[in-house]
Design a protein around this ligand. Structure first.
Ligand code: ADP
Length: 484
């Protein structure tokens, strides 16, 4: 029996899985790599580390198996620059790097904000790829002068795995250089930014074949490799979001509320992102929270390091919704949606003498849920109608957190059998490229199964309506007192 392999090139490591044609996970492997912060706000990785980790993880899941196809997904927005000989020019600059504030302003000025949003579906955000190129032009002109090719993280791994220089429209949407409605590179944006279109690889649809394996330990040659997609679209596909219907809610380190759309639809102020989906003829809109389950991780690491997550959540469970007036604003690392504000910070507001650790955890769980609700409301403003959401990410392991999120969103939350996120979506794409599935819809229909549904609690939902109103007042009230 042949398997479909998905490889996700993440921020902390490369994760590979192999699934059978019914969607069952038969093997998984992960290899970590370091992240360097050469200056505050900078975030870089060595593409060679990605390749070594990817090779090892692929070898682990492929050994002794017949692999029909491989799909790639990865951290979005990262910039890899190559010279004319295909050598990496400098460490990759990642999605969470904050150095490009001035270049973002320059892009919005050069293209015009309204035009930029109409073409790319987004504002210029510091993490995106295009501002990084402008930063190199200004600050590292010697490197800039030698650039011959530009690649996204997973596409660098593809280059090593197949020798092919290629990308896909879903990942390319995060560069700020794609005409998202037309699913092709934007000559207008490239010209306005004076960037050569020849640097960019061809952008395929996600399930199209974009290369075949040439050299990798334990992986045979000639296996078709799908174009793949950015991690957000792959994760949504992996929980079965292949058409407008249920939303995808990711309760990972960062949080995502994701809706598939039948046409390109940018929110006028671009407070939610509009990107191509990993499905031909589909787009998606999504709100992104930078610290979702990451907020609980922070609380755990800094204030309760020896306490398991389950116990922290059990302590929170002892408190009623709202924890007697305690609110948490979860902007530990700035925010994207609904306030695109890298300088925003987190806060506990309303602490009283009765509050204990459990109350603070309850406020964290609820504050994250309110942040997701803000994204949901922006999506509704775009005309998105959703009656349920598929939930994934580490936070979805907590029944209490799921009940809170379901009650705050007012939606049933469905968990799916496979917990592999982006790598699972990548494996589905690999299966299409390898001929195991007819197309992405066939892959989803055959593989993705709902495991459990968590309904909103009506009493909690009523309480949260009022509390969400108070939560929303926090950001404007605190903005005036942030640290300059
Ligand atoms: P990433 O987005 O980095 O891949 P995950 O999706 O694996 O991360 O989510 C990790 C997060 O999940 C942790 O930071 C933690 O906050 C949360 N988490 C893990 N286990 C539990 C649990 N049992 N209950 C609640 N939250 C949990």
């Amino acid at each position: 029996m042949s398997v479909c392999v998905g490889l996700d090139v993440g921020t902390t490591g490369a994760k590979a899985i192999a699934i059978d044609p019914d969607g069952g996970v038969v093997a998984r492997a992960e290899r970590g790599y370091p992240l360097s912060t050469p200056r505050p706000g900078w975030s870089e990785q060595d593409p060679e580390h990605w390749w070594r980790a990817a090779q090892a993880a692929l070898a682990d899941v492929s050994a002794g198996r017949e692999v029909a196809g491989i799909g790639l997904s990865g951290q979005m927005h990262g910039l890899v620059t190559l010279d004319g000989a295909g050598r990496v020019l400098r460490p990759a600059i990642l999605w969470n790097d904050q150095r490009t504030g001035a270049e973002c302003a320059e892009i919005e000025e050069r293209v015009g904000l309204d035009r930029l949003i109409a073409l790319t579906g987004n504002r210029a955000l510091t993490g995106f790829t295009a501002p990084k190129l402008l930063w190199l032009r200004r600050h590292e002109p010697d490197v800039y002068a030698r650039i011959a090719r530009v690649l996204l993280p997973k596409d660098y791994v593809r280059l090593r795995l197949t020798g092919e220089w290629a990308s896909d429209v879903a990942d390319a949407s995060g560069t700020l250089l794609l005409d998202v409605a037309r699913r092709t590179w934007s000559a207008e944006v490239l010209e306005a930014l004076e960037l050569p279109g020849a640097w960019l690889p061809p952008a395929f649809e996600s399930a199209e074949v974009a290369g075949a394996t040439i050299a990798c330990d334990n992986v045979s040659q000639g296996i078709p490799v799908a174009a793949g997609s950015g991690d957000c679209a792959a994760a949504a596909l992996g929980v079965g979001i292949d058409h407008a219907g249920p939303l995808s809610v990711v309760l990972g380190t960062s949080g995502v509320v994701f809706a598939a759309l039948p046409s390109f639809h940018a929110e006028p102020q671009a407070r939610v992102h509009a990107f191509c989906h990993a499905v031909p003829g589909a787009w998606h809109a999504m709100g992104v929270m930078l610290s979702a389950a990451g907020s609980l991780q922070w609380f755990h690491d800094r204030l309760a390091v020896d306490v398991p997550f389950e116990r922290l959540v059990a302590e929170a469970d002892a408190w009623a919704p709202g924890a007697e007036g305690l609110l948490f604003q979860p902007y530990l690392a700035g925010e994207r949606t609904p306030h695109a504000d890298p300088r925003a910070r987190a806060a506990f507001v309303g602490l009283g003498v009765r509050h204990d650790r459990g109350a603070m955890v309850r406020a964290v769980l609820e504050g994250v849920a309110f942040g997701l609700r803000d994204s949901l409301e922006l999506l509704r403003g775009l005309g998105v109608e959703a009656e349920a959401a598929r939930v994934s990410g580490g936070g979805a392991r907590s029944p209490t957190w799921l009940r809170i999120v379901a009650s705050v969103l007012g939606l049933p939350l469905e968990t799916t059998a496979a917990e592999e996120g982006s790598a699972y979506g990548a494996a589905l794409l690999g299966g299409v490229a390898g001929g195991v599935f007819a197309d992405v819809h066939d892959a989803v229909a055959r593989c993705v199964r709902v495991r459990e549904t968590v309904e909103p609690d009506t009493t909690w939902a009523e309480a949260y309506e009022e509390i969400h109103g108070r939560y929303r007042a926090l950001y404007p009230a605190l903005k005036g007192v942030e640290n300059a």
